[in-house]
Structure formats: C-alpha cells, structure tokens
Design a protein around this ligand. Structure first.
Ligand code: AMP
Ligand code: MG
Length: 488
C-alpha cells in the first residue's frame, strides 16, 4: 500500500503512451529530510503526523513499491533561441495526483529522482543547493501571490553528484495543477506527430481551461488564454524585481505558472539589465528582456498550434500580447505606488522612477518605505527612504517625490489608507540571493533550520514579522559576489 493513500493515477496517463514513459525512481541512498512543508501538506490532505520514514522513502525515490506507477513525460523546446529536439522530463517523475477540498487536482512530481529515457546524457540528479533554491522560491512566489508550482519537501542524501565540483544529491517534491510546458506542444509539432496536438490541447481545455470549450475554435481560445496568462505572469515578475534566468520555452508553463527555478534572482539594487545567470553572457534573459522573450516564446508555442487553428488568429493573439502586458504591468505598478485612479502620465511617472532607482537603490525596500511618505508638499522624507540613496541622488529623489505627491493630491489619495494598500502590494521580504545562499551554506554543513525559517517568513512577505528582522535589510557586501550558473 502506498504511503500516500490518497494519491491517484494522474489523469495525464489517460493520454496516449506517446506522451510519457513509466519509469521507476532511482533511489537516493540513506535519505534524510532536508525540508518538510507541513502547511502545504495539510492543504493537500496530508496530516502533520504522517511525515514518517515511509513518506521519506517515498519522496526520496527509495520506496519498495510505487503505486500509482511513476512516469516521465516527453517535451522539447527552444533554448537560448535555438531548437533542441528533446529535453525532458530528464529528471522529473510524476508520481500521481491528489485532490484538495475544493476538488482541484494536484500533480506530484519528484525532481532529481533519476534518469529517464528522455535524458540521454545527464545523470538524472539534482544537487542540494539548487533543490533548496527551488523549494524556497516556489513558496516565496506563492506568498507573493504570483502563480507558481509549489514545493512540498526536500529529501537529501550524501550520494555524490558532480557539477563544477562534487556536491550531494537531493529530490524536491513539486506540486502543480499541471506541469505541461510550451515544449510539450513543440515536441509533437516538430517531430511531425501532429495527430497528438489536438488530444493534448483537449486535455488542457477539459481540465484547466473549460471556458475555451464555448469558443468558435477552442484551440485558438486556448492559445489566447495562454498569451493572457503569460502576460500577467511576466507583469507580476517585473513588479517584484524577479528575473527567471532561463526563459527557454521548455521552462514556460501552459498554465502561466512560474516553473523550473534555476539561476533566478530577485534584484537588490534596481538594475534593468539584471542577469542572474552568469552563463547568460549575452543577457538574453535579462530582467527588462523578459516581456519580449515571453512573447517570443509564445510565438514558438503558436507555431505548434498551426495544425490546430488559422495562422491569422494566432498572429492576432500574439499581436495583442504587448498591450495585455502593458496593462497588467501598469496595474501592478499603480498598486505599488498606491494610486487609485488611472492617469495618462502614469507610465512616465513610473519610467522616471525606474530611472531614479537604476543602479542606485534597493528595489524592494524603496517601495516598502515609500508607503511612509506623506502627501504634504515639503514634509521631510522618512530617513529609512533617503538612507537608501547616496548623497548625489538625494536631489533627484526629492524631485520625483514632489511629482508623486502632486499626483497623490490630484486624486485625494489619503495617506493612512494608501500606506495600508501599499504594504499589501509591496513585500518587505523577498528571496534575495544572499538569503538563499545563507540557508544553503548552513544546509551543506548539516543545519536545515534556516530553510524552514525562510520558508515561514516568505509565506507572508507583506507582513512585518519582528522575529525575521534579519531578512528585511539591505544585503551585506558579500551578496554581490554570489555567482549563479545554470548547473543544478
Ligand atoms: P533546464 O534548462 O535546467 O530546464 O534543463 C533543460 C532540461 O534538461 C530539463 O528539462 C531536464 O529534463 C534536463 N536536465 C537538466 N539537468 C538534468 C540532469 N542532471 N539529469 C537529467 N536531465 C536533466
Ligand atoms: Mg527546465
């Protein structure tokens, strides 16, 4: 009997076997818990006292028996602009599906549980370092209210894994309504197996986009919905200063979820050219490129929809993307500024603010502290805010604040209520690279407590939590030296 009795066979296996291959996990030796997300477990129907040895082995790939049978799905994708015919699932196994109290299905995936037939060269493993980053960032994103896959647990082992240096292995349990990527469509399109495109789209519509059924062409409606969700997603990332780092089409969810956390980064000091992934030397996936890249990725997914719909419809959907993105971004930024009305000059006010912040001030803390600025013309600014800027930036700061205050007064925006709204829109805590790095270094020395502290803090990033005051400041000097590569 399975250690997760409520885990059902995933509906995905109702699709033809062209989509997946059953495969047994490759067990981690002498597994141990690195992280248990007990609140998420409870949400999924897994009681706190069930995190026993059996569960440890089940999620570490070393259970004697898996029921339902785990499987890997097949996808391809465009990596850094070029097409790669087969990419995954290289090291992720889907172990089944649960239902929450509202009747929503959740797929469970073990990442790092061994090779699959779709990973011909790599080792099928994930290292502890990247598993901790994926676990923490999934939960941080969810705390921020940004669509994302979730993370339930990390199981570690002393098994050696070789990257730039020798590291140890871990398995993350990921949870999502679906792990289907743009790359799943691309695979069947580019291999000429077009007969599988409609069943894949039907599966998605039935389970995740039922509203598309009413459309004249449900497949076009599905693609339009993918465009809309992707526009909102990237607008959400921009508003929190998040850069994904590897926005290949195989790392794009058809549900508009943030997926595949690798060399991502939340900016400290604002830098529109921010590139967290040190292997991305051309800056293809820089912060300010993300909206364009997401649209390009949608165009790649759109090609795979050509056998299903008219080209004109697909092109029109792609053409609407920039405006959808712009609207979503403006909405997010107005919320960050605490504005109530939409005014024509808002884009300019925001662009000039970013110019002021560029290379000068901490992105997260600037917006958080801005909520303390009153509306009165010459009232002195809070020291916490001015303290984010060097001497030579004080005058530009004052000038921008002057315009902001004018804008606030023009719509009778009261300070008290604005402060509350702004604090609900601007996190105090984000997963800064150095915070993840601190938790990783401790974990590599066998102390996992910082992971849980961070997860707990980041699950409520908008609420000031005095016990986590150490997570709320500007980063230390050494933060700028952290080097992130693609290796994971
Ligand atoms: P990424 O750019 O990290 O998303 O990697 C692209 C694809 O390569 C992933 O979807 C995986 O299927 C596969 N992959 C990455 N690392 C490994 C690994 N260590 N073993 C097997 N497959 C891997
Ligand atoms: Mg990936």
């Amino acid at each position: 009997m399975s250690h997760i009795p409520f885990l059902q066979p995933a509906a995905f296996t109702g699709l033809s076997e062209a989509f997946y291959r059953y495969i047994a996990p490759d067990p981690l030796n002498r597994p141990y818990w690195v992280a248990k997300n007990i609140p998420l477990g409870e949400q999924l129907g897994f009681p706190a006292d069930n995190w026993d040895e059996g569960m440890l082995h089940y999620l570490g790939g070393s259970a004697a028996h898996y029921d339902p049978a785990p499987f890997a799905t097949v996808y391809s994708g465009h990596q850094f602009g070029g097409y790669t015919p087969q990419l995954g699932d290289g090291r992720a196994l889907l172990i089944g599906e649960s239902q929450d109290a509202e009747g929503n299905g959740w797929e469970w995936q073990l990442k790092g549980a061994g090779k699959t037939p779709f990973s011909r060269f790599a080792d099928g493993r994930a290292v502890l370092r990247s598993s901790i980053r994926e676990y923490l960032c999934s939960e941080a994103m969810h705390g921020l209210g940004i669509p994302t896959t979730r993370a339930l647990a990390i199981v570690g082992s002393d098994d050696a894994v070789y990257r730039e240096q020798q590291e140890t292995a871990a398995v993350v349990t990921r949870i999502a309504p679906s792990f289907i990527r743009f790359g799943h469509f691309e695979y069947f399109y580019h291999t000429g197996q077009h007969q599988y495109l409609a069943p894949l789209a039907d599966f998605l519509i039935e389970r995740h986009y039922p509203e598309c059924k009413q459309a004249e062409n449900p497949y076009l409606a599905l693609f339009e919905a993918m465009c809309e969700r992707s526009a909102r997603l990237v607008a959400d990332w921009q508003a929190v200063g998040f850069t994904h780092g590897v926005l290949n089409t195989d790392n794009m969810s058809v549900l508009g979820l943030t997926i595949d956390y690798g060399p991502f980064g939340f900016m400290d000091t604002f830098d529109r050219r921010y590139v967290p992934n040190h292997s991305d030397t051309g800056g293809r996936y820089a912060y300010n490129e993300q909206p364009y890249i997401v649209q390009w990725n949608l165009s790649r997914a759109g090609s795979a929809f050509l056998p299903l719909c008219d080209k004109e419809g697909l092109v029109a959907a792609l053409d609407r993307f920039p405006e959808q993105y712009r609207q979503a971004y403006l909405k997010n930024m107005r919320a960050k500024l605490g504005l109530l009305e939409e005014k024509e000059n808002d884009s300019e006010l925001i662009a000039d603010l970013l110019e002021l912040l560029q290379g000068r001030a901490d992105f997260t803390l600037f917006f958080r502290y801005l909520s303390e600025v009153g509306n009165v013309h010459d009232e002195p600014l809070p020291q916490r805010l001015t303290g984010l800027f060097a001497e030579d930036a004080q005058r530009p700061l004052q000038l921008w604040i002057g315009r902001y205050r004018q804008r606030l007064r023009a719509e009778n925006n009261g300070h008290e209520a604005r402060r509350e709204r702004m604090n609900a829109a601007n996190p105090l805590y984000v997963l800064r690279n150095y915070l993840a790095e601190q938790a990783i270094r401790l974990a590599q020395a066998g102390d996992y407590r910082e992971i849980e502290r961070l997860r707990e803090c980041l699950s409520e990033p908008f609420t000031e939590q005095p016990r986590f005051a150490d997570f709320a400041g500007v980063p230390p000097e050494w933060a700028s030296e952290i080097c992130l590569s693609c290796s994971s």
